[in-house]
Design a protein around this ligand. Structure first.
Ligand code: HEM
Length: 471
């Protein structure tokens, strides 16, 4: 009767509304019924696939990709998890559907870190967006506007590295401790200012010694620890990340009580914990990979040194030299491509029901982007060979579109906010060390270029011999 009333009363707007709603329901149902169920391997009940992934899940994921395609699902404990693989699929999803995957899953371990309120381990909402905006702008400003500070710190660290390396008198040694200390010291001084010395910190030295998990490097952004630095804050002199964060707190008028989107002053100061937690280990391991590769490939090393001789000579290397050193940049990119230190990034979580390659991924599903599979995708030639030349065009210049295809820092909403700092750091360390040292593989040693999979993907222990360079 009601429908007839609509016609008889001439209420065509309501009629159209009902018709369109019906069409939307039918089309959505049709789409859902046509959506394929996500393929994936069989796993044990409850524990799922945890025990089947083995020591190096990257190998297992490669096998699953060959069998099931770019999108497949596994069960990680109680969490249904979708793994997204391959250059085209990962890049497309992260660039076109980034918001749909921009949350972190509410794992107990993540919840225990400040109840999902840190920058790295948080839900995706307005609060996160401002937190993130502040966190990224501080790194960017430091690496660009205050790049002199960054260069000075790294120059001191290079002096220590070169001293340690040449002190070995050309005998084989493992560079691990020296590299970990130098990169740890850099991130520490980025956070707290030049001169702060991580080498005096017993917890940090223990961490390096034991390969244990990096829970805390004493100061983890706990605002009470930062008090002495906050007391000497001068808006005209940005000494370190704490000062830059403080300037943002003032700009966004943040206080002890949550603002209208739930952000507090302490949440912002806590970003120091994100920097030291997420910023140290990957950079350290990336530099260890670089030393290994230049020792294994002397011709690549020689080309970097030729570039240094031609463009820099004996003067100190600066961040702006990056622009005129395409071969050095290409070597860093190649190393990130083949041995991306964060091969699975951090887990994401679907923020709504969303389609990828015709498969519906349900809201709340854990999603892992496999960056390692991007680096070893068939779109690159010789995916397991070290060939920095692939990033250069016929004029020897860097090929932009190729660079954009390296997703070691991820892409989209959760892209690593430290990428700009890390890329400068790796460049300054590599170019400065190779300016002063020649790195060689010891005669009796064979290198294994397959890494160890842990929170980062890092090289197995190796030795190098170092000769001083004079030119
Ligand atoms: C070679 C060095 C580095 C690599 C390869 C790397 C890679 C990554 C990757 C893959 C992610 C996860 C992205 C995702 O969830 O999709 C990430 C997140 C993050 N990285 Fe880095 N990173 C490096 C250095 C740094 C540095 C130097 C800093 C800071 C100073 C930093 C700070 C962070 C933070 C705070 C996050 C969490 C971002 C968020 O959840 O919004 N990283 N990084």
């Amino acid at each position: 009767m009601a429908v007839l009333d609509i016609f008889s009363s001439g209420n065509m707007d309501t009629w159209w509304f009902l018709t369109i709603t019906a069409i939307v329901i039918v089309v959505t149902k049709a789409l859902l019924s046509r959506s394929k169920s996500i393929p994936g391997p069989w796993g044990f009940p409850i524990i799922g696939h945890m025990s089947l992934l083995g020591k190096n899940p990257l190998k297992k994921f490669e096998y699953y990709r060959a069998k099931y395609g770019d999108v497949y699902k596994i069960q990680l404990g109680v969490w249904p998890t979708v793994i997204i693989n391959g250059h085209d699929t990962v890049r497309k999803v992260l660039s076109e559907q980034s918001d749909s995957f921009a949350a972190r899953p509410p794992f107990n371990s993540f919840k225990s870190i400040a109840n999902m309120k840190t920058l790295t381990f948080s839900y995706f909402n307005q609060r996160y967006l401002l937190h993130r905006k502040i966190g990224s702008s501080v790194v960017r400003e430091y690496a660009t506007k205050h790049s002199k500070k960054m260069e000075e710190i790294l120059q001191d660290e290079v002096d220590v590295i070169v001293n340690e390396f040449t002190r070995q008198n050309e005998k084989p040694f493992n560079p691990y401790k020296t590299v970990m200390e130098a990169t740890g010291s850099f991130i520490y001084q980025f956070c707290y200012g030049k001169g702060e010395n991580v080498r005096d910190d017993e917890d940090f030295l223990q961490y390096i010694k034991n390969f244990s998990s990096l829970e805390e490097i004493t100061k983890t952004g706990n605002p009470t620890d930062l008090l002495p630095l906050l007391e000497t804050f001068d808006p005209k002199d940005m000494r370190h990340a704490v000062d830059l964060l403080m300037s943002k707190i003032i700009r966004y008028k943040l206080g002890d009580e949550p603002n209208e989107i739930g952000l507090t002053k302490n949440d912002v100061l806590g970003v120091i914990g994100d920097y030291s937690g997420a910023g140290f280990d990957p950079s350290a391991k990336a530099f260890l990979w670089l030393l290994l590769y230049v020792a294994e490939y002397p011709a690549v090393q020689r080309k970097i040194q030729e570039e240094i001789e031609k463009k820099i000579g004996n003067r100190r290397v600066t961040a702006s030299d990056r622009e005129q050193m395409p071969w050095t940049e290409a070597t860093i990119l190649e190393s990130m491509l083949l041995a991306g230190v964060s091969p699975l990034g951090l887990p994401h979580c679907a923020t709504k029901d969303v389609f990828v390659n015709g498969y519906m991924i349900k809201k709340g599903t854990v999603v892992i982007f496999n960056y390692y599979s991007v680096g070893h995708d068939e779109q690159w030639e010789d995916t397991f060979e070290f060939k920095p030349g692939r990033f250069l065009n016929s004029e020897g210049k860097l090929n932009k579109s190729k660079i954009e295809s390296v997703l070691s820092f991820s892409a989209g909403r959760r892209r690593c906010p430290g990428a700009v700092l890390a890329r400068n750091e790796l460049f300054l360390l590599l170019a400065s060390v190779l300016q002063k040292c020649q790195i060689r593989k010891p005669q009796q040693e064979e290198y294994d270029l397959e890494g160890i999979f842990s929170t980062t993907y890092y090289p197995k222990p190796y030795n190098i011999c170092v000769l001083s360079r004079e030119f």
